[in-house]
Design a protein around this ligand. Structure first.
Ligand code: GLU
Length: 497
């Protein structure tokens, strides 16, 4: 049997981090089992679905690298099939017409009233108390023919229970008495969510439904629909919730932009790294190694490795100080530092392009210089943005000096005001502007002035890069080259800031 899974987003906003994780687990499962990964856009909520959201979700999936193996399905195109299924169940007596008048009330009022009724009834709510449930077929047909509007509800049996073996949570059961006669088709002919999902999953021959734990209640309802339709149900795997710091459920309203996948792309995350990070939200590889590239994730992934306990997500976009303890950032830094240079270069190119720092020479005459520079500076970077921020001085004369660096490493040592231009003269005289020669000059200069190499190099770093920290200073001087080094060491700009 070929496995077939689907990711089924509702296009009512951007790609949520929880949805991205669901997409990832479906994708990994499909690849691991040699099956198919499909996408179904669940655009049946006419009021809330937007084309913009469809695009934003698809872009997010594209960034993460989850291309579907078959054409994308749009649920709204299947409404006729959903209606036909409801009518079939009606004809077979497995569903009934509910003529309860909708009256002139908003859905909100109805919901409030239902909630209030449920509250009054407490646990003893009778799910089978619909007056139309046992209407004779003749009367039901007559009223429908006379044009009376009706919804179609599933006729859930009085006694029994739904049961399935969840691949993550084990045996799941629910007594029928806890499930209402769910509406399949609204009186305006609009098919409802659970019916649409089941019909589409059958049509798409989905073998495994992998989705958030928040769908567990729906799953029981959907199983009733599978049974009524006489279709075999797929396997189910529900995923643990992703919790925000403090243990609350991660929500767009409370946690703002950190739930949106757009943010991570904008902040300069690497898709591979972010995929790796997402995979660990609720799934554990068998061994200790948490850095798993695309192929390794596919190889290692299994439904058995999914945790039952909720996953914690700590990213705090507004607190860059915390970035160093943040797992997503730590992982991104690992990727930047260790990924093949050939894969990193195109990403840095994009970043520099978007900041207008890119020069075509970097792909031509200065190709080697560019590679070496990226390789040198990536060591301490966390995101692609660092290449255009902290790394800016390598690509432009228009860079800022970090105020703290100026105060600590430059102005505290007044002598440097003379010394650094003097050092510039000595470096200018060098014929072979290479690492060892540069180092020798610096060393001799320090001896002559009776100062520590650190004082000279930290001061030089501020003038050359605007930063307090960075890669090896002698390598930085070599990489910047003689002309820029000499010019910047002589410059008074930072001193006058
Ligand atoms: N459209 C649903 C959602 O976005 C998912 C439905 C499913 O996976 O069955 O939550």
């Amino acid at each position: 049997m070929t496995t077939r899974v689907r990711f089924a987003p509702s296009p009512t906003g951007y790609l949520h981090i929880g949805s991205a994780r669901t997409a990832l687990f479906n994708y990994l499962f499909a690849r691991h089992t040699g099956g198919k990964f499909l996408i179904r856009v669940e655009d049946t909520d006419m009021e809330r679905s937007t084309e913009e959201s469809v695009q934003s979700i698809l872009e997010g999936l594209k960034w993460l690298g989850f291309a579907p193996d078959e054409e994308i399905v749009f649920q709204s195109n299947n409404a006729d099939k959903h209606r036909a299924a409801a009518l079939k169940l009606l004809a077979e007596g497995k569903a009934y017409r509910d003529f309860t008048p909708k009256e002139d009330r908003s859905d909100k009022d109805i919901k409030k009233e239902i909630a209030e009724k449920a509250r009054q009834q407490g646990d003893k709510k009778d799910m089978r108390d619909n007056p139309y449930r046992d209407l004779s077929k003749e009367e039901s047909d007559q009223r429908a023919e006379a044009g009376e509007p009706f919804a179609i509800r599933l006729k859930v049996a009085e006694e029994g229970k739904t049961s399935f073996e969840d691949a993550v949570y084990g045996l799941q059961e629910r007594d029928y008495s806890e499930i209402e006669d769910l509406v399949l088709l609204r009186s305006d002919g609009h098919p409802l969510y659970n019916l649409a999902v089941v019909c589409d999953d059958i049509e798409m021959q989905i073998t495994h439904v992998i989705r958030g734990q928040d769908h567990l209640t729906n799953t029981h309802k959907q199983i009733l629909i599978y049974e009524a339709l006489g279709e075999e149900k797929p396997e189910f795997a529900h995923l643990p919730l992703i919790l925000a710091p403090g243990g609350k459920k991660l929500s767009k309203r409370v946690h703002g932009e950190i739930v949106s996948m757009d943010l991570y792309q904008d902040k300069g995350f690497i898709a591979d790294a972010f995929r790796n990070f997402l995979a660990l939200l609720g799934w554990n590889p068998k061994d200790e190694n948490e850095i798993l590239n695309h192929d390794e994730l596919i190889e290692a992934f299994s439904l058995e490795g999914i945790n039952r306990s909720n996953a914690a997500f700590n990213f705090d976009a507004n607190n860059p100080k915390r970035w160093t303890d943040d797992k997503a950032l730590w992982m991104n830094a690992e990727y930047i530092r260790t990924m093949p240079l050939d894969e990193l270069i195109p990403l840095v190119r994009e970043e520099l392009r978007s900041e207008k720092l890119w020069r075509e020479e970097y792909d031509e005459d200065e190709k080697d210089w560019f590679r070496n520079t990226v390789d040198l500076i990536r060591e301490r970077f966390y995101t692609l943005k660092d290449f255009s921020n902290q790394g800016r001085a390598f690509f432009s004369e228009d860079f800022d000096y970090d105020e703290k660096a100026i105060n600590k490493n430059l102005k505290k040592h007044e002598d440097l005001r003379q010394w650094l231009p003097e050092l510039a003269e000595k470096l200018e005289a060098l014929e072979d502007f290479s690492h060892d020669e540069i180092f020798a000059v610096v060393k001799e200069f320090c001896n002559e002035k009776g100062t520590k190499v650190g004082v000279i190099l930290n001061g030089a770093r501020v003038l050359l890069t605007g930063q307090a920290v960075g890669p090896s200073m002698v390598s930085t001087i070599e990489q910047l080259g003689k002309e820029k080094t000499v010019m910047r060491l002589k410059s008074q700009i930072a001193w006058n800031e």
